[in-house]
Ligand binder design. Structure first.
Ligand SMILES: Nc1ncnc2c1ncn2[C@@H]1O[C@H](COP(=O)(O)OP(=O)(O)OP(=O)(O)O)[C@@H](O)[C@H]1O
Ligand SMILES: [Mg+2]
Length: 144
């Protein structure tokens, strides 16, 4: 399902997330790469909606991780302030990378060595001139 979609506003960004969610399976790891403020959390909100999660999804930046229950549970991790898998192990979050159950979505995955390589989906967001975002979705399917 490799594809590129242009999102002109946050609603379109969420729609992309909803579409991605329909393709997610138990145990999937999703990496979202993109510059500061590009829409990683917004896309994750769409993924949560697609997984029939009714809780409000907020940025996990200061808590490192948040968990929600839906069709599959969603583990939402922000690696902005963490740089190694060992640091995640120290706080007990390494079992979500990849997840033993449910789906993990990681913002700033490039901060953790080897994480993008083991991801099932790689999503890359780029800022376009004037505000819209280009979203590149790559399904890697390494572990299926
Ligand atoms: N496609 C889009 N077009 C225009 N604005 C958008 C789009 N997607 C998201 N935004 C807006 O950009 C801002 C930042 O979004 P968001 O918090 O999702 O980014 P982020 O990549 O998670 O940021 P951070 O790097 O701080 O984690 C929000 O105001 C959001 O509504
Ligand atoms: Mg964010």
């Amino acid at each position: 399902m490799d594809k590129t979609i242009i999102a002109h506003d946050p609603d379109e960004m969420e729609e992309i997330g909803i579409e991605i969610a329909s393709d997610l399976e138990d145990g999937d790891l999703v990496s979202i790469v993109g510059p500061l403020g590009s829409g990683k959390t917004t896309l994750t909100k769409g993924i949560a909606k697609g997984l029939l999660i009714t809780d409000v999804v907020v940025s996990p930046t200061y808590l490192l991780a948040r968990e929600y229950r839906g069709r599959l549970s969603l583990h939402h991790i922000d690696a902005y302030r963490i740089s190694t898998l060992a640091e995640f192990a120290e706080v007990g979050l390494d079992l979500y990378l990849p997840p033993e159950e449910g789906v993990t979505v990681v913002e700033w995955p490039e901060r953790i060595d080897g994480l993008i390589e083991i991801s099932d989906f790689l999503i890359r967001i780029d800022l376009l001139e004037g505000g819209p975002r280009r979203v590149d979705i790559t399904k890697k399917g390494l572990r299926r």
